[in-house]
Design a protein around this ligand. Sequence first.
Ligand code: S3P
Length: 198
Amino acid sequence: MITTLHRPLPRTLVLVGLMGAGKTAVGKRAAARLGLSFIDADQEIEIAAGCTIPDIFERYGEPAFRDLERRVIARLMRDPVQVLSTGGGAFMDPQTRAVIAEFGLSVWLKAELSVLAARTAKRSNRPLLRGGDPKELLAQLMERRHPVYALADLTVESRDGPVEETVDRVLAAIDAHLAATAATDEPAPGSTPLGQMD
Ligand code: S3P
């Protein structure tokens, strides 16, 4: 078990994945362990719009929601390093993916359909799951979105069970990623370190 990272997190940690993947629950706990602030993109969108996400969808439509989502995330990605959870559709937007790639470290929380269906059944605040059988709708979204979520820097399984275990896996994956990146940044063996040349 890993309690925190061996190196400081150099970029904002961005959690992506389908509804019910645990992005907010995992994000809050990861932020607490890292001593960073946590921010939820959906909540920021609601603040910016002055109404709830279901209301935005109902009053202005999904394209308006996506537009606001793109702008809010672009702003949040320029904040100091923090932990950011995004709504399930955010990473599908090419501009949002580009800004996350530039300023963040993205982690796809990947969960099985049964886990997503059970978790999302607890609340009815998701407009995209209202038009039919939620499990069927989630399965369709999975098919479309998984290949895009796979573009995230890291993928971590979000399983049924204690959230802290998923947080452990996220931190371990980031730790390994930072160690590997640091290793490739080091000078090749035998090369002359800068500043020590004759
Ligand atoms: C959406 C996911 C929701 C929210 C909106 C649309 C999506 O966020 O942004 O209802 O397109 O998958 P969560 O993934 O946090 O539920």
